[in-house]
Every structure is written in structure tokens, then in C-alpha cells.
Design a protein around this ligand. Structure first.
Ligand code: ATP
Ligand code: LTN
Length: 337
């Protein structure tokens, strides 16, 4: 937090991104998206990290569709596109340009320690490409271009924010104070929402449909998926993530969405069984997602409005990004007119 303390008069900058690599899940929502609207008094940028998705093979038509859909989800979740800069990563060339430079300040050794790289290499053993390896460098560029103070993400991205800090500190120690050193913003209780079918694994949008609830799922799908969610056989409603991961995951979702403490959530179900727990979670999820879906439908049906918002916001982002990029080019010695 030290560099926040140094800038008390200046507005904080908040940056985050989500990959349009599948249906946006309840894990993305609770772990990240929902927190994006907490920073009313900061300058916030939220991107659709479409360049990042190319590290895994994508169907081009689907990728295009999902990118527009994610933009509409951001707005539907309450992010005002006049106050927050909501844009597409590939529309701002400075991201890829800075990534090249920062690749030259990042070591193979530190990249090969990234757990996401190891996991995705296993999952896509036929396509372990260089982009998958340098993924964290592009993410560092996203963050550093805007002199970001805070990065709201889920727990799985902590390591990537740490390597971003290391790269920035390395660069600053060679060239002076070029980059702000960012801090992650990861509330502990919601850092990792678990898969419905394997509650010891993270809920992930690139896993099979029945393992997650999507933000755009219809009430019937939500009900069906939660009915099938894996629990355990002892029948007691208790928060104990180690021994009762399925039940604890459902309790986390319930308490967060109902804005209750864990104790309140557990005691509201005292004496009841897993059927009642699932029913309560179902109702809470539907109540949370229905108004978002209603706003989403209005936004996504106005393609022109959406495109003009994205264009305007990409220009705002590019203007800010250029300031940092020009400074970096100058510092490293690239010839300029
Ligand atoms: P993929 O399966 O394609 O890797 P993902 O579902 O893990 O995707 P990302 O686009 O990588 O999603 O993540 C977007 C944001 O959501 C990140 O901040 C990430 O930490 C957060 N997030 C993703 N899954 C979860 C989860 N299960 N619990 C909490 N936060 C999550
Ligand atoms: N790698 C992130 C998505 C992402 C991101 C960012 C998050 C891309 N660029 C910058 C925070 C800041 C993920 O969730 N997989």
C-alpha cells in the first residue's frame, strides 16, 4: 500500500480485465466483476482481455460474440461506461507494444513458475505456445500502462499481479520512477468460488457447462445445476471448506449474495437439510442475476450504442496508455522525432 500513501491527493487508478473465453460465470462475478463497482472515487478501467484468449484456440465468430457480450455484462453489472473506461484490449495497440518491451525485462525462470502456465499447459498439451508462456507479461502491460494502484481479481490471479510488480520494480530500478507499483485487491472470502461438480477445483468458464452457473443462465438452468451440485453425505450445514467443500461453497455464495455474515447464513438454515440450502442459494442467485440479465438484454440489442461506447472508450484508454508508452520508449533508447 506504500505507493497509495504517497499519492493521497491523486485519484487512484483501478484496472482489471476478464477474458471473453467462455460464458461469464458466477465465479467471475463474485470473485471479480461484482467488486469492480466498489471504486466510485477512482479512475477505473475494465477491459475485455481478448488478446489473452488467443493463448488457447478460439472459434473466431464465437470470440467476437463473447467480446461484445462481456462488454454488455460489464455495463449491466452497474459499471457506467461514461465513468469507467470499458474497452477491448485489442483496440488499444499500446498493450501489445509495451508487452514486447517488458518481455525483454522478464526472465524465463520466473515465467515457468507461474501456476496458470503449468495448469494450462497440462490442459492444452497439444498447444503449449509462446503466448501462453508470456501471458503474464501482457497482463503486466495492461496494468502498468495506466499507472494502476489497485487490481481487483480473484485469488488465482495473485501470482500474476506479483510478477507484474516484480517487472515494474526491475524496470524502475534501471530507469527511474516510470511505473506505479500496483497492489492486488482480493477479498479473502470470495477469492475462489468452487466448481459445482468438483468443489475442490475452481469454478472456471472453460470447463463443461454443468460445473458452473453462468451470469446469463435462465432460472431453470440455475435451479437444475444447483440441484445437482455436489455436497457430502453427513447432512450437516456447516462452514468447513476443508472437510465440506461443496456445502461451504454454497454457503459462501449464499452469504455473499444475501449480504449476510457466514454465521447468519448458517443459522438461517439451522435444523434444515441440503435441499433447503440449495433452494436458498437458487433463490439468491436468481434474485441477483435477473435484473442484470434484464439490463443486459437491452444493452446487447443496441449494437450501435454498444459499438460507439467501445470506440469512445478505446480512444480514452489509448490516450492514457500512450503517455506511459512514450515515456518507456524514451527511457529504453528508442529513437524518436
Ligand atoms: P478460463 O477458464 O478461461 O481460464 P476463468 O473463468 O478462470 O477463465 P478469467 O477470465 O481467467 O476466468 O478470470 C476473470 C476474473 O475472474 C479474474 O479476476 C479471476 O481471478 C476471477 N475468477 C475466475 N474464476 C474465479 C473463481 N472461481 N472464483 C473467484 N474468482 C474467479
Ligand atoms: N489474466 C486475467 C485477465 C486479465 C487481467 C488483466 C486481470 C487480463 N489482463 C489485467 C487484471 C488485470 C485472468 O483473469 N485470467
Amino acid at each position: 500500500m506504500e505507493n497509495q500513501a504517497n499519492n493521497t491527493e491523486k485519484r487512484k487508478v483501478v484496472f482489471s480485465g476478464i477474458q471473453p473465453s467462455g460464458n461469464i460465470t458466477l465465479g467471475n462475478y463474485i470473485g471479480a466483476l461484482r467488486n469492480f463497482s466498489l471504486f466510485d472515487d477512482a479512475d477505473c478501467l475494465y477491459c475485455m482481455a481478448d488478446l489473452h484468449t488467443l493463448t488457447v484456440r478460439q472459434n473466431p465468430a464465437d470470440l467476437r460474440k463473447r467480446t461484445a457480450s462481456l462488454a454488455a455484462i460489464y455495463v449491466a453489472c452497474g459499471l457506467d461506461p461514461d465513468k469507467n473506461i470499458i474497452y477491448c484490449q485489442s483496440h488499444v495497440p499500446a498493450h501489445a507494444e509495451l508487452a514486447w518491451i517488458l518481455n525483454c525485462f522478464t526472465y524465463m525462470g520466473e515465467l515457468s513458475r507461474m501456476t496458470q502456465f503449468k495448469d494450462k499447459s497440462q490442459k492444452h498439451a497439444d498447444n503449449i505456445n509462446a503466448g501462453l508462456f508470456t501471458y503474464p507479461v501482457l497482463m503486466a502491460s495492461d496494468i502498468l500502462l495506466y499507472q494502476t494502484n489497485l487490481v481487483p481479481v480473484g485469488g488465482d490471479q495473485k501470482q500474476h499481479v506479483e510478477i507484474c510488480r516484480d517487472i515494474a520494480q526491475r524496470f524502475n530500478s534501471l530507469y527511474g520512477d516510470v511505473f506505479t507499483i500496483p497492489d492486488p485487491y482480493i477479498p479473502k472470502a470470495t477469492a475462489k468460488i468452487m466448481s459445482l461438480s468438483e468443489p475442490t477445483k475452481k469454478m472456471s468458464k472453460s470447463d463443461p457447462e454443468d460445473t458452473f452457473i453462468a451470469v446469463l443462465d435462465k432460472p431453470d438452468d440455475i435451479r437444475r445445476k444447483l440441484k445437482r451440485a455436489v455436497t457430502d453425505s453427513d447432512g450437516e450445514i456447516r462452514y468447513d471448506p476443508e472437510n465440506k467443500p461443496g456445502v461451504s461453497n454454497l454457503l459462501t455464495i449464499l452469504s455473499v449474495l444475501k449480504k449476510q455474515s457466514m454465521e447468519e447464513a448458517v443459522s438461517s438454515l439451522s435444523g434444515l437439510g441440503y435441499g433447503a440450502l440449495k433452494e436458498a442459494v437458487t433463490e439468491a442467485v436468481i434474485a441477483e442475476l435477473s435484473p442484470i440479465q434484464e439490463r443486459y438484454n437491452a444493452i446487447i440489442s443496441d449494437k450501435e450504442g454498444l459499438n460507439s461506447m467501445l470506440k469512445r472508450n478505446a480512444e480514452r484508454a489509448q490516450y492514457l496508455a500512450q503517455k506511459t508508452l512514450r515515456k518507456v520508449y524514451k527511457k529504453v533508447g528508442l529513437y524518436q522525432f
